[in-house]
Design a protein. Structure first.
Length: 315
């Protein structure tokens, strides 16, 4: 199951599926001509050029051997960004009519609330109660994301290493260092070597690989020469920067069994009705159909009726 991390780079995520009708893929057996391939030898990274490696996972069928290329790219600190000019929470609060309050969520959106009625009910909205205040002045979502100019286009993978026994094989095509989506796929003449990886990573690659196009991912076990302590130490220090530069961070939590995807969708459905404010307080999301779910004394509907009715409407 592939789950997109909550980043500002990309909100899209998909699930790798395995159910009773679609059995879990088994580790692919290398073709006989690949069994005796030599071990892949890493080229040193150029630290002065801020190099990292990226893996291009070549397209293939679910149970075919994993084939990749490794490329060196420069990943310099991004150029200074011109971030959207929006009012601070304090500035927004100074513009509010009497009785209104402003709060900032963990997603940096400003939410407006007002107490109404004798039961101390609240109304919540993303829109400033004074229509004379433009939404672009305070709403970060009204502005385009920072530019990715000069940053390589890649995803980053987060996963559990599991056993340190490197028993699964990945075929590396050596002579396709500049592979792009428009170039032909490697042939037997491309120069092939083998890298050993853990079963957890190999299983993830079987699901993450696309059937018809390459997929460029940063994966620590493949992009860092694990046999070079100096390189490993240097690259580990850069991991936070690498993840922050990725277009999307994918968290692999394993193959889907039974109703796992439905459970994840259900939790997201519940989460979309609640906002966590930056001072650790909870509040209902504006327009939430269940505005009481944020209250700690309210029991969430984790029962058969909920999963059979409400979540089924998401499909």
């Amino acid at each position: 199951m592939e789950q997109n991390q909550g980043t500002s780079h990309d909100a899209e995520g998909v699930f790798g599926q395995s159910s009773h009708s679609q059995p879990t893929p088994q580790p692919a057996t290398l073709p006989s001509e690949d069994v005796d391939l030599g071990h892949y030898i890493y080229r040193p990274l150029d630290a002065s050029n801020k190099e990292i490696r990226l893996v291009t996972v070549l397209p293939g069928e679910r149970d075919s051997p994993i084939q990749v290329t490794l490329q060196h790219v420069s990943l310099n600190p991004p150029a200074p960004q011109t971030f959207p000019t929006v009012k601070s929470l304090k500035e927004v609060q100074a513009t509010l009519p009497e009785g209104w309050f402003a709060y900032q969520t963990l997603r940096d959106r400003i939410m407006f609330r007002k107490r109404i009625g004798p039961q101390s009910d609240w109304v919540s909205t993303w829109v400033h109660p004074n229509p004379q205040v433009s939404q672009t002045e305070y709403d970060i979502t009204m502005h385009p994301p920072p530019s990715r100019e000069g940053i390589p286009d890649f995803e980053a993978l987060s996963y559990a290493w599991g056993s340190l026994d490197m028993t699964a094989a990945v075929v590396v095509h050596e002579n396709f260092d500049e592979l792009t989506g428009t170039q032909p796929l490697p042939s037997i003449q491309s120069g092939r070597r083998v890298l050993r990886v853990g079963e957890n990573l190999h299983e993830a690659l079987l699901y993450l690989r696309l059937p018809n196009e390459p997929r460029v991912i940063w994966i620590d076990a493949l992009c860092i020469n694990q046999d070079d302590p100096k390189e490993r130490g240097h690259q580990v220090k850069r991991m936070a920067h690498i993840y922050s530069c990725a277009r999307k961070v994918v968290a692999w939590i394993g193959p889907e069994y039974d109703n796992a995807a439905k459970a994840i969708e259900g939790l997201a459905h519940i989460g979309n009705k609640v906002e966590l404010l930056d001072d650790t307080w909870f509040a209902p999301s504006p327009g939430a159909s269940e505005p009481s779910w944020y209250l700690p004394q309210v029991s969430l509907p984790f029962d058969t009726a909920f999963w059979a009715t409400e979540i089924s409407t998401l499909h």
